[in-house]
Design a protein around this ligand. Structure first.
Ligand code: GTP
Ligand code: MG
Length: 425
């Protein structure tokens, strides 16, 4: 099994700050507060896209940030929200939180989405803090920070393209010159004993997975040779590159080879036989190969095959063949693959996570978690209105209840981030 991995950093947009502002109108000396709310920061969302086949592209871009929300304006104007950032990943990608090593989710279906980093909420403007007794609030709420997270992406690669052919025709050599895979290559039959996988990268944004398999011989469908066990591997590929040795150095005829292999594929399964095939006439660097190539071309031209003269040794002709393969891949429907993600690892960040936790460290009650962080970011302890707001929130959100159930007494110390205060009911 070949697993593609990528490690990326996400930074969701920060919420915009709320605005402190007072109405200014001619002849009205003390206008009321009119500071608007900040806009929310953009979130980062993964979306499964079946046109992507590998995680190659993430090598070029490690850091992904969504836009920040804008600060609120005077006149009760809202700040503009930052746009969400959608990051495309191949269908079948599993998304891990790198730090906890837990899976945030897996994307099995085209178009499926997963929220991975939440944008910060915008802060409230001072207009929102006006009450009958507090007519001129001189504070507003700062925007909440957007989430930051290191993500590990993981994708089980399934070959899009399979190399088939007789032993020794140069399948592994082709794989080795177009991918980073290093299969064993040698001048004898059945060098390859099990399939090798590699990622072919034509350009950024255009890549696919290719596999070689052991050479096939007559009777392979019944288990002769080694190929039979591996035919099921290519049964899952979308395109076959049928490799022929046109040098004739082994004394076989490439046209006959072609017929025999296709017959084996057909006897194994109709599905296999009906896959699109691109024909690689290999070893063109060996003198005398052109004649065989011309024969093959003439012979198969009426059958609608794409035929390419190539050499794994000199890399001649390979690029146009791979471009053609890619174009065929693009036209093909994806079969849905079921990726298995370990259920114990799965964790739903935005539903499982508790908003706050309280632990006791000696005589101090320490409050942590997203709610605590949000509060810290939005409260100004030097401002009495802001402190009142803080007190209201910790009551309303159940922090006070939990402190009581833990046995807190008046005068005990409570700690939240870098602030400490004494508790009084
Ligand atoms: N001259 C020449 N030799 C090649 C070329 N491609 C492969 N060979 C040689 O052919 C031999 C077989 O190559 P492999 O890539 O191992 O062939 P294979 O099809 O993977 O063989 P099996 O795994 O045994 O089925 C090796 O000695 C290669 O160096 C080519 O384009 N030109
Ligand atoms: Mg091989």
């Amino acid at each position: 099994m070949f697993i593609d991995k990528a490690r990326i950093y996400l930074k969701a947009g920060d919420g915009g700050d709320g605005k402190v502002s007072f109405r200014r109108e001619k002849y009205i000396p003390n206008g009321g507060p009119d500071g608007g709310d900040g806009g929310s920061g953009g979130s980062i969302i993964f979306v499964a896209d079946s046109s992507m086949r590998t995680l190659m592209d993430f090598r070029y871009k490690r850091k992904h940030a969504a836009a920040n929300g804008q600060t609120g304006g005077a006149n009760n104007c809202y700040g503009k929200s930052g746009e969400n950032l959608y990051i495309k990943v191949p269908v079948g990608t599993i998304i891990y939180d790198e730090q906890s090593k837990r899976a945030l989710g897996d994307l099995r279906h085209e178009g499926q989405e997963l929220l991975a980093a939440k944008g910060g909420r915008g802060g409230k403007g001072n207009a929102q803090f006006a009450t009958s007794t507090r007519q001129a609030p001189r504070f507003a709420q700062p925007g909440e920070k957007g989430e930051e997270i290191w993500i590990e992406l993981e994708l089980k690669l399934i070959a899009d393209v399979g190399l088939v052919g007789f032993p020794n025709v140069g399948k592994s050599t082709l794989l080795s010159v177009v991918t980073a895979a290093r299969p064993k290559i040698a001048n004898y039959h059945f060098t390859t004993l099990s399939p090798n996988l590699g990622v072919v990268e034509l350009d950024p944004g255009r890549s696919f997975v290719m596999a070689d398999i052991p050479g096939l011989i007559e009777g392979a469908h019944e288990g002769v040779g080694l190929g039979h066990d591996f035919l099921r591997h290519i049964e899952r590929t979308k395109v076959i590159i049928h490799v022929l040795d046109v040098s004739g150095t082994e004394g076989r005829d490439p046209i006959e080879d072609f017929r025999k292999i296709n017959n084996e594929l057909k006897l194994y399964s109709e599905k296999l036989a009906s896959k699109p095939q691109v024909i690689a006439c290999n070893k063109m660097d060996i003198p005398g190969s052109d004649k065989n190539f011309e024969r093959v071309k003439l012979f198969l031209s009426g059958e609608g095959y794409d035929i390419f003269p190539v050499s794994g040794a000199t890399k001649m002709g390979i690029k146009p063949m791979l471009d053609r393969v890619y174009n065929i891949l693009e036209t093909m429907e994806d079969e849905e693959e079921i990726v298995e993600v370990d259920k114990d690892l799965l964790y739903h960040k935005y539903t499982d996570a508790k908003e706050f936790t309280i632990k006791r460290e000696n005589e101090i009650y320490v409050i942590e978690g997203p709610l605590a962080e949000r509060l810290l970011a939005s409260v100004n302890m030097d401002d009495s209105d802001s402190v009142k707001y803080f007190q209201r929130v910790i009551r309303k959100r159940g922090i006070v209840d939990e402190l009581k159930s833990m046995g807190i007494n008046d005068g005990d110390t409570v700690k939240m981030g870098n602030i400490e205060f004494e508790y009084y009911d």
